[in-house]
Ligand binder design. Structure first.
Ligand code: NAP
Length: 206
């Protein structure tokens, strides 16, 4: 299974690519700049390419650009993405004097991505911090994934299961991304208040 991490040169993409490589995936990091992707890829033992070339050759595409750039990037890669399943990890956050706020948009970024693409979009991994994911072993946390397309969601769930020491849970339809993306604001506020790296563990499920 070949996974492209589009926008993979940031802290999250780097940590995810490393975890995926350790889990046995064939990984390519994408960037707007092939040389930047190549330099990072060499350091962590994966491939590097432009976002377009990375997306064109993948079985699953993780869209890991800066959140503000996710929609524009997906629009620009529509042809290369084609019908390949996409996993959106982005959360739009607003920094206010009172704390970090979730997006004021009525729908999630993932749903807006779905409206732009022919490919099925799943959303997940929002609660896994790059700093935790980038440690030398999989984080002891659960991961939540949602989506409307069963096959695309199954690929995303399998990926989530293999990069955490906890479990990956199916959190329902893509509209659940409104809550999952909003949860990021809660986690960042917790991190600021308690000076840590919060993650989630789900209780009460068999
Ligand atoms: N950081 C975390 O702990 C964390 C946790 C869970 C989910 N996430 C999500 O994961 C994503 C990546 O997080 P991050 O912290 O790694 O982000 P980041 O460092 O801000 O950005 C990641 C990459 O996005 C690309 N990028 C920046 N501006 C762009 C633009 N205008 N157009 C296209 N690409 C652009 C850059 O790659 P190039 O310059 O190489 O193209 C950059 O290295 C975000 O959507 C975030 O919400 C992050």
């Amino acid at each position: 299974m070949r996974v492209a991490v589009v926008g993979g040169t940031g802290p999250f993409g780097r940590a995810l690519a490393t975890r995926l490589r350790e889990a046995g995936y064939d990984v390519v990091i994408g960037s707007r700049d092939a040389a930047r992707a190549g330099a990072l890829a060499e350091k962590i033992g994966v491939e590097g390419a432009t976002n377009a070339d990375a997306a064109r050759t993948a079985d699953l595409i993780v869209l890991a650009t800066k959140a503000d750039a996710a929609l524009e990037t997906a629009r620009g890669l529509k042809e290369q993405i084609g019908s390949t399943p996409v996993l959106s990890v982005a959360s739009e956050l607003h920094f206010a004097p009172s704390g970090v706020l979730p997006t004021a948009e009525g729908t999630s970024l993932a749903e807006r991505l779905q409206a732009e693409l022919d490919a099925p979009v799943a959303a997940g991994l929002h609660s896994l911090a790059a700093s935790t994911l980038g440690k030398d072993r999989p984080p002891d946390e659960d991961a939540l994934v949602c989506g409307d397309d069963p096959d695309g969601k199954a690929l995303a769930l399998e990926l989530a299961e293999r990069i955490t020491a906890g479990r990956a849970y199916d959190a329902g339809p893509l509209a659940s991304a409104r809550a999952l993306e909003g949860l990021t604001a809660v986690i960042v506020n917790l991190n600021k208040r308690y000076k840590g790296h919060a993650g989630i563990s789900i209780a009460g499920l068999p």
